[in-house]
Design a protein around this ligand. Structure first.
Ligand code: SAM
Length: 317
């Protein structure tokens, strides 16, 4: 079917977990086992460095990793290229005093990516409300050697932004539940079944969009937050550009002074940007990142980044 064809055009992406080794070491490792740098579609023994994500290697779509020792020991994390964009855009500094929240963390691909970008320093709070998925998250973080992460089984919306514990949080990654309509290489049949019922789909998208907006507005309340990356694996503007537009005009954004980070700070060399027709302010579309399933050798994906533009007044004497 259409989904299978599109999936066949998506290479196997392997993010090198720099908490455990370096990309140079990984490249040497695969070369010593007969792999050659080159076009990953040319042979199942060819691989390449990704041009946008520094620690991402690109393999042939049929390349299997389940017996690869680097995968089983957490040195390689199988993660679609588009799903590496949010942590890359958030770019938390690798410093001892950096404090970050991953608000919706399981299974933990983006959490471990953030941890690696932070060079395993500072503090990364990883929240997950579902107990079973939280356990998966813990296992994943343990395997990946992420030592700066504090994983908490909690609903992000119940986390108090005024709690002194989170008083120094400057970066928040928000990758909440979404329709998943951009995912072409798994559960395709389930998504299509839901799409058959137009009214049902519309209702579901509206509910998801209200929840996503609530999550962004909650993230904006953390007093020291400077940057919030909001992402979905949805292709629907209602969960993407429209949620971002509403978030920008919310009281929370105006009060805290949030705007969208300009294109120069959001993977400027990535060609596909937001949908102008779905933004209140069309120029803002340039700040947004989209990935189109089937056209970009990735799953469908959306990334935005809010940045605080004014220093808020300190009320303490
Ligand atoms: N960022 C993850 C990754 O890359 O591996 C994927 C996140 S998945 C799209 C969304 C997750 O958020 C789910 O595990 C869901 O249970 C969790 N979630 C949804 N609402 C939440 C909330 N209010 N607080 C905490 N976690 C939530």
């Amino acid at each position: 079917n259409n989904g299978d064809e599109r999936a066949a055009r998506i290479p196997r992406y392997a993010r090198i977990n720099t908490c455990l080794w370096t990309t140079e070491e990984a490249i040497r490792h695969y070369q010593e086992r007969g792999f050659k740098l080159g076009d990953p579609f040319s042979s199942d023994k060819a691989f390449a460095r990704d041009e946008h994500i520094p620690d991402l290697l690109v393999f042939h779509p049929q390349r299997q990793f389940h017996d690869d020792i680097c995968y089983t020991t957490g040195k390689v994390i199988l993660q679609d290229k588009a799903s590496c964009f949010p942590a890359t855009v958030l770019a938390p500094p690798a410093k001892d005093d950096t404090v970050v929240i991953d608000a919706t963390a399981a299974p933990g691909n983006k959490t471990s990516h953030l941890s690696a970008l932070m060079a395993n320093k500072g503090k990364l709070y990883a929240f997950e409300r579902d107990q079973k998925r939280y356990r998966t998250l813990k296992t994943m973080l343990n395997k990946a050697g992420c030592k700066n992460v504090d994983a908490v089984n909690v609903d992000f919306l119940t986390v108090n932004p005024s709690d002194p514990m989170y008083g120094r949080v400057t970066h928040i990654l928000l990758d909440p539940s979404c329709s998943g309509s951009g995912i072409v290489n798994r559960l395709d049949h389930l998504l299509e079944a839901e799409d058959d019922d137009t009214e049902g789909l519309e209702n579901r998208l509206n509910k998801l969009a209200s929840f996503q907006l609530m999550m962004i507005k909650h993230a904006m309340k953390f007093p020291a937050v400077q940057k919030i990356a909001y992402s979905t694996c949805s292709i629907h503007a209602i969960e993407n550009e429209q949620v971002v537009s509403q978030a920008l005009s919310s009281e929370e954004a105006i009060q805290a002074g949030f705007k969208l980070a300009p294109r120069a700070q959001t993977l400027p060399t990535w060609h596909r940007r937001g949908k102008r027709e779905d933004m209140d302010c069309e120029d803002n579309a340039e700040s947004l990142i989209r990935c189109s399933p089937g056209e970009d050798a990735t799953n469908g994906f959306f990334v935005s980044c809010f940045v605080k533009t004014q220093i808020t007044q300190c009320t303490e004497e």
